[in-house]
Design a protein around this ligand. Structure first.
Ligand code: ZN
Length: 677
């Protein structure tokens, strides 16, 4: 369920063995590069938006204007994340674009650092929040800058400052890990202040104590600055902080309105109004208008949205996404939702726990055209907004799953990851060919018919959490997974058009094999201790270990000191799943805490440290990335003599540096549109 409950983001499994979609357009996908390069622990990957070309022209023009609005705000997030970010970026880009006479070794180090800087929007790792540094010496960096100046670079020196003074001032920002060590510190040391220990630019010299006697008017969209002994609120709005960027965003949003549906135009107008006034009432009006626009084929998220970067969890980081609905994949989700009752009537549990009038939980599958600010180059895979709880309760929310992002993760995963843990080459081939199909189908069933299913005993008053306490979430995730695994082999899926009938058996086997393998490979993420904490991980281990203990469906085999989980019989697997599902549903419906606890204590929580060590060793040898930075598609327009847009085309740069330099106006041979802000 994840984000569907709390709102906000759902993040990908870092190695890419996450739920994955069917990829259509066969040859196209096979021949083109997804993984572009590795930079340290990061992968650089290309995002493709195949459906864009077949959108009608007015929708493509709409996307284009929203795309420009997304780029217009990009530097807001750079500045929010670190007050020195834009200046640092300019120095790095000036060196890299005038590097002919820079020492090659230094240049390589600066290039590597700059790529990580772009991917993470500054010098802080997006997973750990810790600072990373340039690995050359200060002398080498100064020499590189001088060589760049000799080659024509123009550095953003402040008024009256020489280049030497500027670089000397900035050196610790690049080289010293102890200067501003963390962008967000949610659990600071004993004597430390939450806000002072966080290097982001959402607060300037403000402590938590300062805020005790201060009431914010613009909680989500302001920077708080300590001036003398009082706190000043700098509001993000047209005539306030980031006004210059916001005015460009507004200009592009206004250009988009004539091409939008009526309900989307209403939402865009509400967004513009909020950007103008900054008032919370206007933010709320926009949230409502955005949620109510639930049928438009194109959509955008643009503004101060998520609060993860703020240690207080209050200030919104700027982000933008532009996307269109993937009609084909959304239709598959809809088929499941439309037939939710068919599945419910066949759930392998006590009929008294079957629901009457069940409704599937739906989300739109979307393809992203651009993501900037906090959502790019590092992107979520699922989004559920708005975050305002009062709007969610009264007006609902919108969920999207980012199909082309998930597709990219799947394609960029090194095949060695599957081969290493497959018992036979046939299993690895099957995984290569069908794990995407099986993964997408089981993910959809998990969400749409899994979580939506089942009836509770009356005495629980619709609140099983209260009875099942800390076991609830893992139990509920198990239940949804088991529903998906149980129906995966059902011939009715082919009747519904969800699987090609001639490959159904292979898809089932690939799905079951992948599920069993995951119980081993997921151990790589818990490098210390012998206990799983995360609920999805507990659920997946519980199911596999229960099947191993109670059926003959999965066999543990060892070859050359390597452990494998091997599926012996698909039918036995499905029967076992049905049996366990009946028990899990009983436990949930009755709120049987002791039984839930026993299941997870016995099968779901504890693991063997030796097996984990073995898995870690095998995975490390494969050199998997920890996270990925996405190179976005690029849009271009063609205009007629009257300057009217007559076509919008999409292309794929397949190069991080090219795209980043272009975004900031530093591409070689480019006329710079503006200076630093
Ligand atoms: Zn779930």
């Amino acid at each position: 369920m994840g984000s569907a409950v709390a709102g906000g983001w759902e993040l990908p499994d870092s190695a890419g063995d996450s739920p994955a979609p069917v990829v259509r357009g066969g040859d196209k996908a096979a021949d083109r590069p997804y993984l572009l390069e590795r930079v340290g622990e990061a992968a650089v990957v290309q995002l493709y938006a195949d459906g864009f070309e077949s959108l009608p022209l007015d929708q493509r023009i709409l996307v284009y204007h929203l795309y420009r609005a997304a780029l217009a705000g990009r530097d807001i997030f750079f500045d929010q994340r670190y007050v020195h970010n834009l200046e640092m970026r300019e120095v790095l880009e000036q060196i890299l674009t005038h590097a002919d006479d820079v020492d090659p070794d230094t240049r390589a180090k600066i290039e590597r650092y700059t790529k990580l800087f772009w991917i993470n929007t500054g010098p802080y790792n997006n997973l750990t929040a810790r600072k990373f540094v340039l690995t050359c010496t200060g002398e080498a960096f100064l020499a590189a800058a001088q060589a760049a100046v000799d080659g024509g670079a123009r550095f953003p020196t402040r008024h009256g400052e020489t280049l030497d003074v500027m670089l000397t001032r900035m050196l610790p920002l690049f080289l010293d890990p102890s200067v501003d060590p963390s962008v967000t510190t949610k659990t600071p040391g004993l004597e430390e202040d939450l806000l002072m220990a966080s290097a982001n630019n959402l607060y300037v010299d403000v402590t938590m104590d300062d805020l005790e006697s201060f009431t914010e008017q613009y909680a989500l969209n302001s920077r708080l600055v300590k001036l003398g002994d009082h706190v000043v609120e700098e509001v993000y709005k047209l005539d306030g902080k980031y006004g210059e960027h916001i005015s460009r965003i507004i200009k592009h949003l206004e250009a988009a309105i004539p091409y939008a549906t009526e309900s989307m135009a209403k939402a865009l107008k509400a967004l513009i109004r909020f950007y103008r006034t900054g008032e919370d009432a206007d933010r709320k009006a926009y949230d409502i208008a955005w949620v109510q626009d639930d049928a438009s084929p194109i959509d955008t998220i643009n503004g101060f949205i998520e609060v993860y970067m703020d240690a207080r969890g209050t200030k919104g980081a700027w982000e933008a996404l532009v996307y269109y609905v993937n009609q084909e994949k959304t239709a598959e989700i809809q088929v499941l939702a439309d037939n939710a009752q068919w599945f419910e009537d066949r759930m392998p549990w006590d009929p008294k726990y079957r629901k009457k009038g069940v409704r599937g939980i739906t989300a739109n599958a979307i393809d992203v055209v651009i993501e900037t600010g906090e959502s790019g180059p590092v992107t979520p895979i699922g989004i559920n907004l708005p975050n305002d709880q009062s709007v969610r309760e009264e007006h609902g929310s919108k969920s999207v799953s980012l199909s082309n992002v998930v597709e990219t993760y799947e394609h960029a995963t090194p095949s060695g990851f599957r081969t290493e843990f497959s018992w036979t080459p046939a299993e690895a081939t099957r995984a290569e060919r069908w794990s995407r199909t099986a993964g997408e189908l089981t993910t959809n069933m998990h969400e749409v018919i899994g979580h939506a299913s089942g009836r509770l005993a009356d005495h629980l008053n619709g609140n099983p959490q209260a009875a099942l306490k800390e076991q609830y979430s893992a139990l509920e995730e198990s239940r949804a997974d088991l529903v998906a695994l149980y129906f995966l082999p059902d011939p009715q899926l082919a009747e519904f058009g969800l699987v090609p009938v001639e490959h159904h058996n292979e898809i089932v086997l690939a799905g079951y094999e992948g599920y069993a393998r995951n119980a081993i490979t997921q151990l790589r993420r818990v490098r210390k201790g012998t206990q799983l904490e995360e609920d999805h991980m507990r659920n997946r281990q519980m199911i596999v270990r229960w099947l191993m203990d109670n059926t003959t469906a999965i066999e543990e085999r060892v070859h050359n000191s390597k452990t494998f989980y091997v599926i012996t019989d698909v039918t036995v697997f499905q029967q076992g799943v049905g049996e366990l599902l009946a028990e899990v549903q009983r436990v949930k419906s009755k709120g049987d805490y002791e039984a839930a606890k026993w299941l997870f204590e016995t099968y779901g929580i504890h693991f063997d440290a030796d097996l984990r060590d073995q898995v870690v060793e095998r995975v490390d040898a494969l050199n998997l990335p920890s996270y990925s930075g996405f190179v976005q598609p690029k849009l271009d327009v063609e205009r007629d003599a009257d300057n009217t847009i007559i076509d919008v085309t999409i292309s794929y740069p397949q190069d991080l540096m090219t795209q980043m330099l272009e975004y900031s106006g530093n591409a070689v041979g480019m006329v710079r549109p503006r200076g630093l802000h």
